[in-house]
Design a protein around this ligand. Structure first.
Ligand SMILES: *Cc1c(COP(=O)(O)O)cnc(C)c1O
Length: 421
């Protein structure tokens, strides 16, 4: 589907109806570009798959937290899955109502909890017994009932990269089914806690529906057990994790995934929540970079570009594959096998290794595809590099949705102590 959004016309790469070249010449490089239409169509795919079945799609803010992206999805009815007070702040600023926000994460602090309680979010997905105690204490201090779900670790193998699997016993996330039962019993006796949901999230970039279905079946058994004890959550939250195509993978479409769950949800009175991140925004975005230098040694050829691991960390972190396309087609140009590397002083600073690309000259633009999720949000200022600009394209228009950082931004908040000996 990304090929309808990012395509070549008259020899150059477009995003919707805007030549990438035009964006780069306005903003400079590196720059992230997001397609409005792609975001909308991915979100609608979930909505349409659910049809009249009660549901809530909470976009995982950590995948892409730009206000314009959150606002686009929020306007369509999306909620938000947040993992920090900062993400709550962003989601609210973007206009997502608190009543559509769920809060996940193993390390919520008391002040983050108090903030979320005051804002009256839909629910906290609680990840440990100790957290349950702390939420209870904070709720009682704030005199505000906390709606909670227990995040259950269903111990299923999502068959994805070990760094992004989260639903195995050895992972730090959630409580085992037995522990969860205890947690629910405890929570149901606390006057400042209201059992609202049951949640799981098994990992990311999952390429089949089976692991989700398997986890869902396990959760349904726990749900029955809870109901037999008079504990009645009103939401079942299946988390996120549906994969996208980076390099020829064929993940289930949202409609296949949702329907495989709905098929097994008949008779369920709960509202289903899903928390997709990557599946919504991953292929909506690209990172545009400029070739600075080409260099060659006896073993390898390098394309040194102006984007680096601080801009897009996934290749270095997970050895992730991102397709790279030249912005200007080079018909008839010979290909060469190159490492595409950034300016950062680390051997791990690469965007692609041993990649066949046309022979290009310095100054040419390259586009790193499938960079809309876990791209900008994972970026840093390492090597004192200002973070990239972000742009949203809609039809034949585009807007800068985040200015490139300046050198002044780099030192904001820093002071040199005036020691008096
Ligand atoms: C990261 C995360 C998501 C989103 O994962 P994707 O793979 O981007 O869909 C959803 N829920 C929770 C709890 C998460 O930690």
């Amino acid at each position: 589907m990304k090929d309808d959004i990012f395509y070549y016309k008259d020899g150059e790469l477009y995003c919707e109806q805007v030549p990438i070249r035009k964006i780069a010449s306005k903003t400079g490089t590196p720059v992230y570009c997001y397609s409005y239409s792609h975001l909308v169509s991915r979100f609608r795919a979930y909505e349409e798959a659910f049809g009249q079945t009660p549901h809530l799609v909470c976009f995982a803010v950590k995948a892409n937290s730009n206000l314009a992206v959150l606002n686009t999805l929020g306007e369509l009815g999306a909620g938000a899955d947040i993992v920090s007070g900062g993400e709550l702040f962003r989601a609210l600023k973007a206009g997502i109502p608190a009543g559509r926000i769920v809060y996940s994460g193993v390390g919520k602090t008391r002040s983050e909890m108090a903030y979320a309680l005051k804002e009256d979010i839909l629910m906290f997905n609680v990840e440990s017994m100790e957290e349950l105690e702390v939420i209870d204490a904070v709720a009682s201090r704030e005199k505000k009932k906390a709606r909670i779900a227990i995040r259950v670790n269903p111990d299923v193998d999502p068959k994805t990269h070990p760094y992004i699997s989260t639903g195995l016993k050895k992972n730090k996330f959630g409580l085992s089914i037995e522990q969860a039962l205890d947690a629910y019993r405890k929570a149901s006796r606390r006057s400042w806690l209201e059992v609202t949901g049951i949640a799981f999230h098994i990992g990311s970039q999952i390429l089949e529906t089976d692991p989700f279905v398997h986890a869902f079946e396990k959760i349904k058994i726990l749900l029955e057990k809870l109901q037999s004890e008079g504990i009645n959550p009103s939401y079942v939250d299946l988390g996120g994790g549906l994969g996208i195509s980076y390099h020829g993978e064929s993940p289930p479409e949202p409609e296949d995934y949702v329907s495989s769950i709905l098929k097994r949800a008949s008779g369920l009175s709960q509202t289903i929540i899903m928390e997709p991140g990557r599946a919504i925004c991953g292929n909506s975005g690209v990172l545009v970079t400029r070739l600075l230098y080409t260099k060659k040694n006896s073993l390898k050829t390098f394309y040194v570009v102006d984007a680096a691991m601080n801009d897009l960390g996934r290749p270095s972190l997970y050895d992730a594959y991102h397709e790279i396309r030249p912005v200007h087609e080079r018909p008839g140009a010979d290909n060469i096998t190159v490492d595409v590397v950034g300016p950062i002083c680390e051997t791990g600073d690469f965007l692609a290794r041993d990649r066949d690309l046309p022979i290009l000259s310095p100054g040419e633009l390259l586009t790193v595809m499938s960079a809309g999720a876990y791209g900008f949000t994972m970026s840093s200022n390492y090597n004192s590099r200002p973070r990239a600009a972000e742009v949203m394209v809609r039809g034949s228009r585009f807007e800068i949705i985040r200015q490139r950082e300046t050198y002044e931004d780099l030192i904001r908040g820093e002071t040199i102590p005036q020691w008096e000996d």
